[in-house]
Design a binder for this molecule. Structure first.
Ligand code: HEC
Length: 135
C-alpha cells in the first residue's frame, strides 16, 4: 500500500514539475525565429563579401579558387588535414588558405570575420549530409 502511495506521489510531483518548469529550449516565437534568421543572414552576407575580398597581402580572394565556396566541404570537419598534420576544424583550414594562397595573417579563431566566413561556407552547403572525418 505504501508503495502505491509513494508511486502516486511521485507521478503527482513529476506532473507538477512539468507544469511549473522554467522556460524550455523550444519556447520561442515566430518573431524570434525571424529575428534570429535575419541576424544569421547578415553574418553570412558579410562572409560572402569577405569571400570575394583580398583578405591577405596579395590581391587573391577565396572565390578565385572556390567559386560559391566550392570544394570547401564544411560537412567533413573536423577531419585530419595533411597540410596541418592533425585533426582540425574548418576554421584552421580557412586560416591555412589565408596564410598560403592569400599570403595573409591568420584570423583569431573567434574573430567575427571567421564566423562570417564559416556562416557563408556552411550556408552554401546547406542540406548536405554531415560526414565528419571524410575525405
Ligand atoms: C589559389 C587557390 C586558393 C585560394 C585563393 C583559396 N584556397 Fe582554399 N584551398 C585551396 C587548396 C589547394 C586547398 C587544399 C585542398 C585539400 O587539400 O583539401 C584548399 C582548401 C580549403 C578548404 C578545405 C577544403 C576541404 O575539402 O577540406 C577550405 C575550407 C578553404 N580552402 C577555404 C578557403 C578560404 C576561406 C579562402 C579565402 C580566405 C581560400 N580557401 C582561398 C586553394 C585555394
Amino acid at each position: 500500500m505504501l508503495k502505491i502511495v509513494c508511486s502516486v506521489a511521485a507521478v503527482v510531483v513529476a506532473a507538477i514539475a512539468l507544469v511549473i518548469s522554467p522556460a524550455r529550449a523550444d519556447e520561442f516565437t515566430k518573431e524570434d525565429l525571424k529575428k534570429w534568421d535575419a541576424a544569421f543572414q547578415t553574418v553570412a552576407k558579410e562572409g560572402e563579401k569577405l569571400f570575394h575580398s583580398a583578405l591577405g597581402k596579395n590581391s587573391v580572394s577565396c572565390d578565385m579558387c572556390h567559386p560559391h565556396a566550392s570544394n570547401n566541404h564544411p560537412e567533413t570537419y573536423p577531419k585530419f588535414q595533411k597540410q596541418l598534420g592533425k585533426v582540425v576544424g574548418l576554421r584552421e583550414m580557412i586560416n591555412w588558405c589565408i596564410q598560403n594562397p592569400l599570403e595573409g595573417v591568420p584570423l583569431a579563431l573567434d574573430d567575427p570575420r571567421m564566423y562570417a566566413l564559416e556562416a557563408y561556407i556552411y550556408w552554401e552547403r546547406r542540406g548536405v549530409k554531415l560526414a565528419p572525418g571524410k575525405h
